[in-house]
Design a binder for this molecule. Structure first.
Ligand SMILES: O=c1ccn([C@H]2C[C@H](O)[C@@H](COP(=O)(O)OP(=O)(O)OP(=O)(O)O)O2)c(=O)[nH]1
Ligand SMILES: [Mg+2]
Length: 183
């Protein structure tokens, strides 16, 4: 019987992806691979450009500068082509690999990623898992399809007394459950 695990999302069925794997007998994390060749832009490049321009022209930042900077400073969503199923009282925690910070200057700006069990097969993106990543090194970073980018750890979670979920059905991810002004 199926309990917890990983599947490839439909649009990647013929892409030759591998399911996440643990690397050693006692590794807690399942390593995820990148689903496509991508380039993570450096968040500093734009800052250098801005500083050079400011020094040269001593002009104020204009709307175009800010729009460009915003594009680069936004976390990059690295696709995995993978969805995860698990019992309702479990969560998959996405964590960075230590080597990403130590060797590649790549960090997860959200600290950890929380993959809820009801994200699986959601109607918007089928539950595809993305790693939000920022390259804080000075050079753009090429990541090849199949390179290991991060890890996922299945965990049980606890509920508070008189727990009442506000909304029963998850529609998607990254803000899809937002109902209040601040979201
Ligand atoms: O690094 C991440 C974090 C989240 N997710 C997906 C799975 C998760 O179930 C969903 C929602 O994540 P979260 O609850 O952290 O974000 P939110 O901003 O609260 O969005 P929502 O309103 O959809 O819950 O987005 C990812 O693919 N990668
Ligand atoms: Mg949420």
């Amino acid at each position: 019987m199926k309990k917890r695990g990983f599947e490839i999302v439909s649009k990647y069925h013929n892409a030759g992806l591998h399911l996440p794997q643990r690397q050693t007998i006692a590794s807690a994390g399942y390593d995820f691979e990148c689903a496509q060749d991508i380039v993570l832009p450096s968040i500093w490049c734009m800052n250098f450009v801005r500083i050079f321009r400011l020094i040269r022209n001593s002009h104020e930042l204009n709307e175009r500068d800010l729009e460009l900077a915003e594009k680069v400073l936004k976390p990059f969503l690295v696709p995995t082509g993978i969805k995860a199923y698990m019992p309702e009282d479990e969560v998959l925690i996405l964590a960075n690999r230590s080597s990403n910070t130590y060797k590649r200057n790549v960090t997860l700006p959200n600290g950890i990623g929380v993959i809820d069990s009801d994200y699986y097969n959601n109607e918007k993106n089928e539950g595809e898992i993305y790693f939000q990543m920022i390259n804080y090194g000075v050079r753009p970073l090429k990541i090849k399809k199949g390179e290991r980018i991060g890890q996922g750890i299945f965990m049980p979670y606890l509920k508070a007394d008189n727990d009442e979920p506000v909304q029963r059905q998850r529609l998607g991810g990254f803000g899809s459950s937002g109902t209040r002004n601040e979201e």
